[in-house]
Write a protein that binds this ligand. Structure first.
Ligand code: NAD
Length: 475
């Protein structure tokens, strides 16, 4: 694999300036990638726009399925790359690599389905003997895709697979922190038969080429996954372009008094620490009612203490590093700030460089930075709530974010209220907020997004224009 070059319409392009990609665990240099400038971005969009994809559904299905199979065959190779550039542990890297198979094979299965609709027109006194048909067409311009560091394979797959399934062209800018996995994926796609003009990958720092990705005249649609700060910058800068923004989260796991506390504690610890707590849908606030809080807190601490934090390549490790030392220092200081404001630290914090071990904090004040902001690491913060569902819902909704949620209760009256009243994109009963399948609609509201959904089915809709056409029809 030659990962030190960008892929512009399949051509390997290098620059004199490069960006080093480092392993957060030992600071070794994993690789270098070109530091693209605005002119490289322009070149990529021009090459894409000049090409008109004409792949049949069968051809797209073959490319997508072949990609899924190549990724499955090279799962360990991808896991190693993911672990090296993210510091995620081997278990998380392997899970990330294996999830990708689903994304690509679901897209393969969906691409052969024509979802056109038919409307008969003779259905009112003003009707006519006609029929209106719908068909979905690829965008006229190019898709600009910008992805974050925390799922270097899956966030990229969730943009590329639906784009290819709908015969679109894409210029992808993966994050400068973990770009190597995206470059390796592009090579798999070319090997699987994708016309190279349909995908370019440009690498570099957002300060030199970020705005070029947002404002390029040939970009019709920007699909972005990342922080609220950058998402709002894109919304303000993109002008008259479609945009899909999948932004940060501050997801609650809610534990009511009737819950099986052992099961709830398991979900809390897993949800807060998988992927080093770096999932947009990680459990960021555990809202537990006072009636059961003491016992729940004891169980959470017991389970968190069993997790092994350490060398990401060790197959026994449960929690690897966060993305860099700067982030780990920030999380540590937020935990200390919460403690200064009255929280009780029950386990941790332990930090070595970018390694930040799972940390349990109880009695967290509802207004401290640890839980007001998105703390993108393996902190397990317990917020105690009055024994009243209305209060719990109020506290849950008091954040600017609205991505997902998990709910631990068996009471149907509670479940009905949570589904109706939580201001989020997803309510998972007896699951972590992050539970989904790669095909189901996914996305948030409020600061977490503008309500557009990802997931292969929804993304295929977003990446197309609906054309209606009609015919005289008497039958
Ligand atoms: P980030 O916003 O810092 O970066 C995301 C991408 O935007 C990167 O490729 C980065 O280079 C690029 N970027 C930064 N500034 C830019 C600019 N001015 N113009 C154009 N591009 C620019 O996010 P991150 O730290 O990589 O990722 C973590 C964030 O992503 C968290 O907030 C997390 O919740 C969120 N996230 C959301 C979802 C979701 O589906 N809602 C999924 C995963 C991650």
């Amino acid at each position: 694999m030659r990962l030190e070059a960008m892929r512009i319409a399949g051509k390997l392009v290098r620059t004199d300036d490069v960006i080093e990609v480092t392993n957060p665990y030992d600071n070794s240099v994993v690789g270098t990638v070109p530091a693209a400038r605005a002119e490289h971005v322009r070149e990529a969009f021009q090459a894409a726009k000049a090409f008109k994809p004409r792949l049949t559904r069968h051809e797209r299905q073959r490319i997508l399925q072949r990609t899924a199979e190549l990724l499955r065959d090279r799962q360990e190779l991808f896991a190693r790359l993911i672990v090296s550039e993210t510091g995620l542990c081997w278990k998380d890297g392997l899970y990330e690599a294996s999830r990708a198979y689903d994304v690509w094979s679901f897209a393969a299965q969906l691409t052969i389905k024509d979802d056109g609709e038919i409307y008969a027109c003779d259905i009112s006194s003003m009707g006519k003997p006609r029929k209106i048909f719908t068909t979905r067409l690829p965008l006229l311009g190019v898709i600009s895709a910008i992805t974050p560091f925390n799922h270097p394979l899956n966030m990229v797959s969730h943009k590329l697979a639906p784009a290819i399934a709908t015969n679109n062209r894409v210029v992808l800018k993966p994050t400068e922190l973990t770009p190597l996995t995206a470059l390796a994926l592009a090579d798999v796609l070319y090997e699987a038969g994708l016309p190279p003009e349909m995908l370019s990958v440009v690498t570099g720092s957002p300060s030199t080429m970020g705005d070029a990705m947002i404002t390029d005249p040939d970009a019709d649609l920007i699909t972005f996954t990342g922080s609220v700060r950058v998402g709002k910058h894109i919304a303000n800068t993109a002008g008259y372009k479609r945009r899909i923004l999948e932004l940060g989260g501050n997801d609650p796991l809610i534990v009511m008094e009737d819950a099986d506390l052992d099961k709830a504690a398991e979900l809390a610890v897993t949800g807060a620490t998988k992927n080093s707590g770096q999932r947009c849908t990680a459990v960021k606030r555990i809202l537990v009612v006072d009636a059961v809080a003491d016992e729940f807190s004891r169980l959470v601490t017991e389970k968190a203490k069993k997790l092994k934090s350490g060398d990401p390549m060790d197959p026994e490790t449960d929690v690897g590093t966060v993305i860099n030392e700067r982030s780990a220092i920030l999380f540590e200081s937020r935990v200390k700030d919460a403690a200064a404001k009255g929280a009780a630290i029950l386990h941790g914090p332990e930090r070595r460089g970018a390694l930040f071990a799972p940390t349990v904090v109880d009695h967290v004040p509802h207004d401290c930075e640890l839980v007001l902001e998105e703390t993108f690491g393996p902190v397990i913060p317990i917020l105690r709530c009055p024994n009243d569902i209305s209060e719990v819902i109020l506290i849950s909704n008091s954040t600017a974010y609205g991505l997902s949620s998990g709910v631990c209760t068996n009471r149907l009256d509670y479940i009905e209220r949570f589904v109706a009243e939580l201001e989020v994109g997803t309510v998972n009963v007896w699951e972590v907020p992050g539970y989904r399948i790669e095909m189901s609609p996914f996305g948030g509201i409020k600061d977490s997004g503008l309500g557009d959904k990802e997931g292969v089915v929804e993304a295929m809709k977003s990446f197309t224009n609906v054309r209606t056409w009609s015919l005289p029809w008497t039958a």
